[in-house]
Design a protein around this ligand. Sequence first.
Ligand SMILES: [Zn+2]
Ligand SMILES: [Zn+2]
Ligand SMILES: [Zn+2]
Length: 490
Amino acid sequence: MGYPELAAGDAKKACLLLEHALEYEENSVGMKVRVAFDTFLQFEVEDEGKERMEPGQWVFHVKDCLTDLLRNTYRVLLKAVEFTLDPWEALHICQGAKIRFPDDEFFPQEFRVYKAQFEKARQTTREEGHEGAEANRQLIQGRVYLRQYPFMPLGYLRRSETLIRSLERELTAVSPKCKLARISGSNNPDVFSGPSDVLGVFASSDIAVGDCLFVDTTVVGATNTLLTPDEVICEACCGTISPGGQETVSAECCSAVYCAKQCQTGASISYHKVLCGKDFRWLSEAAKTANHVNHPGLDGLVWLRVLSVCVQGNCHPLEHPLLARLTPQYQSKTVDRWSYEWNVDIPIRILRQLGIDVWADHRFDTWVLLTVWARLINNRNVKMHHERPVYGVNPLFSFFNHSCEPNATWKSSTGTSTGGTTVEITATRAVRQEEQIFISYCGGGADGQGLNKDQRQEILMPWLGEECSCSRCQRETLQKSTRMSTFPSS
Ligand SMILES: [Zn+2]
Ligand SMILES: [Zn+2]
Ligand SMILES: [Zn+2]
């Protein structure tokens, strides 16, 4: 079907099921698979009119058939990952399969092929001048096209009227100066009819320069977990609590620490209950080495937070109010960084640890998780706080549209903690009532003011998917064409 990332998810789940069936315990999922498979084989024997086996012989027959099926499923998994151009992960899968099937010739052969591919890719990155962590980052990532799957229910493709109404109320409740409104133009006129669901933030009254528009907190975020002895990080907002300063707030159920009562309450009502007491150190350990905002260790912690929010809310991820509001990044001309480990394997592990039956509960299918991923990367705000990368998806901040000459800017809030995911938005010039409020997606100091049009365009492409048409870009294009036409043509 051309969706290798989905095939990888299904193959991974099938491998897990078969592995459980081969090493089953009483009353486990493996036992159920074993019983079902046994019945299936008995029918097969009857259909083919074969002779019945002795019970002892039968047990071995079932085991052999399961092993064969597992071997083939590993091959499917390998091919799916190969299509995502991820030789590093393919190597890993081959390595695992070589140990499991020592007599099989296929996996050692494939191992050599992927090894050669990987070495070649390494050579190319070296020749391109990439070294160290940057080179590894490029090497160990696959590429997939993030897109709208044709079988997705229409309700997941755009925001409902009820949701838009509640989002309008949500913004008005935190900000007397701002309101949410539709802007003209649809993000996909081929699929949608009716009013556009593209939203923007507008001034509901005149705003003076320097005015704080609102402070936006979120529980969806992650940061590096390597702390110095006197550092404390708030579990909810990921902010650093200065030593000897603000009193911290402890959870009632465990050793979790928060910067304020608001963060503790936020954690408790949205995600903390389902993960309290469960050991997710394997994820926080991986985030210890996170030294940049695209580090996979942060992705792992964000997955944990997002999935916990959905499990605690007992909600389909695409229907959860925090995720239903976000628009995805579907610029079909670009492929996005993707890894089998961090986008398939680890979410499945997290879900199982949270008590979700990943085979029976279709709310957490691979296509759903990939759609969540597309929404997160389109709406996340990332920054470095000193040496610490911080990744947050804020519920209201994501509604600001971009302009290369913005009238508002944002910074990390310095309330009860510093450098966390809480965002404070302020006006950088006077804004008239009914004017749209824009921020710059360019970042890079002074909101990208020093960058030329081409440099800005390169940064903006993943979000806009086309040329930026803000007032500054239009003006610069006009100036350029005027210069061209007045240039002597002798
Ligand atoms: Zn906090
Ligand atoms: Zn707890
Ligand atoms: Zn622009």
